[in-house]
Design a protein. Sequence first.
Length: 168
Amino acid sequence: MKLKQIDKQLYRSRLNIVIVACIASLAVLSLAISQTLILLFPSETGSHFHWNLLGVIVSAIALVTALLKLKAHPKMYEVVYVWELKQALNLIYRKNKKLLAAAEQGNSDAMLALQFSYDGSRQLWKLDDNTITMDSLNTAQAQLDKWVEQYSVELDVSNYQSDILKSF
């Protein structure tokens, strides 16, 4: 994955549209499906929990299917990019201890993965206005910069590929 510049206002606008559309469609679909099932198959006891639950499950499946089909739509570009960035950062985070240990020993692939993680996290946190933990990120970046200088490694995050994580 490559880091790309994303317009924060456009991203926030489109994310809000996606969130509202998901909430509205989930509510409307689940109510429509469950009410239709209750109308077709009324319960003598008055409990319709199973029909309500089925309505929510079916509408959630329909919503996920629709989102996957709309994933390639140009108006979803920013939202999908951030979703994929979060997935890529999660893969790195799962290997963080091993990456830090390898980077401390001078492994350039580990340093590259960490640099991608720091740059991606910085971008993500700025897009989401989550700058509270930026100090810890700056501390980790300073440590990585020391290792880069110590081992004379050049890092270019545009060369990052998730395949390098397999060796950790």
